[in-house]
Write a protein that binds this ligand. Structure first.
Ligand SMILES: *Cc1c(COP(=O)(O)O)cnc(C)c1O
Length: 415
């Protein structure tokens, strides 16, 4: 057994098997690069599902972490701390929202937004107790708690985990008419991702978000956008909804890159009126808004702003997309994306993108298949042009290699 195989064996022996990681063990990282325990270098094209937009161990973020760790890490919200207020001010300014509620993981912020929307509905509409409904979309991903999977349409996320939280209605993603069909007097909100990342980089038709915005305003329903994956520059704008005019949500959910790749930080942003549904004692989190999180998040936001990561993502995303379109297209059904959030969907005959990701790993490129046949490319936004060229070269080798033909034939015949 190699040393990596030994570590993997121990990990698999003692870890629940709720993930299927690629077979490498990372022990060091810097910027867009990671190293395994044998010293092999890889280009990180997953960025921890967009939690590493600023790259690994950005010096400024690490410095903020160290400085704050040397002063104060946790007070709980029973007392004020000297970091949270200025963090939330910066986040509100950046997103043009009035108030924020800090949490830790993405799914906690989603749960917080659902609670806010329901309570706002009861406070503002003639809805009977426990009857509020939220419209959600096919193929959504909002996290893994019981409530988040209750609004999922994905059997593998749900199977065996019921009973589920009631109060959600499904509509087809990208279909305004479908939303109108399920809208009732008891609807308090629509909740969606502006691009569905986990579902395989699904981009809704142009005008969907602004149409939804209009519909929500007309019916007095809150528009809640989950920008945990798409936010903070990933799609070439600070927030993905900025790609359309008049698509600003009532409630905005952020997470992932807000923690700069070092610490879990999430938040729900809205107007004062909406978030005032929470009074003392109605909602909380022991670690939410802690000073270490706040200091890290401020540095993470500084980096996004000062290094102009949204513009960088737009420019390099266009460049990467152009290069990808020149690759041999034999195995490719479609390439789609915005900024540096790109999905390469392989043809149905290919069956699985997994062997492609394994082959890329052997060539020093890390990415992860999503939903069987899509290779997701979401490198840190600090990636350089020559590093993108390197990625494209390796993709080219994998897509032209005998491997592609053999594996697709093999997979087809074994399916
Ligand atoms: C990752 C993600 C979540 C969940 O975030 P966690 O930090 O894993 O709880 C929710 N929504 C979207 C769109 C995501 O990409």
């Amino acid at each position: 057994m190699t040393s990596q195989q030994k570590i993997i064996a121990t990990t698999e022996k003692y870890s629940a098997a709720n993930y299927l990681p690629l077979p490498l063990v990372i022990s060091r990282a810097e910027g867009v690069w990671v190293w395994d325990t044998d010293g092999n270098r890889y280009l990180d094209c997953l960025s921890a599902y967009s939690a590493l937009n600023q790259g690994h161990r950005h010096p400024r973020i690490i410095q903020a972490l160290i400085n704050q760790a040397n002063r104060l890490t946790l007070t709980s919200r029973a007392f004020h701390n000297d970091q949270m207020g200025s963090f939330l001010q910066q986040l509100c300014d950046l997103s043009d929202m009035e108030v924020a509620l800090p949490m830790n993981t993405g799914v906690e912020a989603v749960e917080t937004a659902i609670k806010a929307a329901r309570k706002w509905g009861y406070d503002n509409k003639p809805i009977e107790r426990d009857r509020a409904e939220i419209i959600v979309f096919s193929h959504n991903f909002h996290g893994r708690t019981v409530t988040a999977i209750s609004l999922s349409s994905e059997p593998s996320y749900r199977r065996g985990f019921g009973p589920f939280t009631p109060g959600f209605r499904q509509a087809d993603y990208g279909d305004l008419g479908a939303v109108k069909d399920v809208l009732t007097n008891e609807t308090v909100a629509v909740l969606l991702e502006p691009i569905q990342g986990e579902a395989g980089i699904n981009i809704p038709p142009e005008g969907f978000l602004s149409g939804l915005r209009k519909l929500c305003t007309e019916h007095g329903v809150l528009m809640v956008l989950d920008e945990i994956q798409t936010g903070l520059g990933r799609t070439g704008k600070m927030f993905c909804h900025e790609h359309e005019r008049e698509a600003k949500p009532d409630i905005l959910i952020v997470g992932k890159a807000l923690g700069g790749g070092v610490y879990p930080v999430s938040a729900v942003l809205a107007s004062h009126e909406i978030l005032s549904v929470f009074g003392p004692g109605t909602h909380g989190s022991t670690f939410g808004g802690n000073p270490l999180a706040a200091a890290v998040a401020k540095a993470a936001l500084d980096v996004v702003e000062q290094e102009q990561l949204p513009a960088r993502s737009a420019e390099l995303g266009d460049y990467l997309m152009g290069e990808l379109n020149r690759l041999p297209q034999n195995d490719i059904a479609e390439i789609r994306g915005r900024g540096l959030l790109i999905g390469i969907e392989l043809k149905k005959s290919v069956v699985s993108a997994r062997p492609y990701c394994e082959q890329l790993m052997r060539r020093g490129i890390l990415c992860k298949e999503t939903h069987d046949r899509v290779i997701r490319l979401s490198p840190p936004l600090i990636i350089e042009k020559n590093e993108i060229d390197h990625l494209v070269e390796q993709l080219n080798s994998v897509l032209t290699g005998d491997f592609a033909r053999q594996s697709s034939e093999k997979l087809v015949s074994s399916s």
